[in-house]
Design a protein around this ligand. Sequence first.
Ligand code: AMP
Length: 320
Amino acid sequence: MFNQILADIKKYERILIHGHIRPDGDCYGSQFGMYHIIKENFPEKDVHVVGDKAGYVSFLGTPEKESITDEMYNGALAIVVDTGSAERVSEARYTMAEKVIKIDHHIAQTHYGDLVYVEEEAPSCCQIVTKFAVEMGLRLNYEAAFALYTGIVTDTGRFRFRGVDSQTMNLAATLLSYGVDVEKLDNLLSVETMNIVKLKGYVLQNAEFTDKGVVYIRMTRDVINTHNVTDEEAASLVSLIGAIQGYPVYCLFMDYPTEIRIRIRSRGPRVDKLANLYGGGGHEKAAGAHLDSWDELDEFIEKLGNLNKYYQETGKDDLF
Ligand code: AMP
């Protein structure tokens, strides 16, 4: 499969690299990592990173959108990274490309792409892109290594999540050999504004707990505005309530104009199947979904609690 991907990269003169909506470190890392790998090895190619912007990892580069014309997709190759389902691809025009390659690590729900490479067990998409470069004997450079290492670090929660294995470490070591400054990266990722620190205080004070082991926080528009943070910053705080003893399932409800987005996480049962019932998906222990209104919150929390209770009592997580 990697050979086919490389053959297509060699074949097409213009390559547009897409990611998912509300991009994160792994998405940006995969997009810009792939961009720099292609430019390093095939400098004559016309390569573009296309899609939404992410403040958190903006130091990796700025994707294009308005400057990309429809004509640019004529006879072009689109590579979509880190995106499980078609609806989540940032910038739907990727379908106008002559060929679409999907490279991903999510549990696939809807099929898209002419050539599909998915490793569900990989803890980051950047790991797959790095492996692709290494196995195909492609040259890496500092920019590629820095972007890919950023994605590996962020999507593994700093090498803490299951899925991290010797392959992850070996590939990360290869990236480090290009001079990635781990302290510089950690500063870029970890230093936060006073507004976020204050919002963290709010989250810890106002998290809600159920008797079935679920903890959650309602990130209402009012709270986001009062603390003067971006949506991305507010949504990132789901991890803050992730290590409370007795509450292995946790989530953050994010108030958007047309929907309530849920970021669901678990140290217990798999939660992606429940996410599927609420228009979402993702990974077994980290998934996204949405509600149409706050009125649906209680029912969702009840189901999540039942799932956890069932898992604690039976060791099984096939309730949904
Ligand atoms: P998030 O809470 O947005 O970080 O999402 C957790 C994981 O689930 C990420 O890997 C997302 O790419 C994925 N995900 C989030 N929302 C959805 C969705 N609506 N459908 C499918 N996958 C999703």
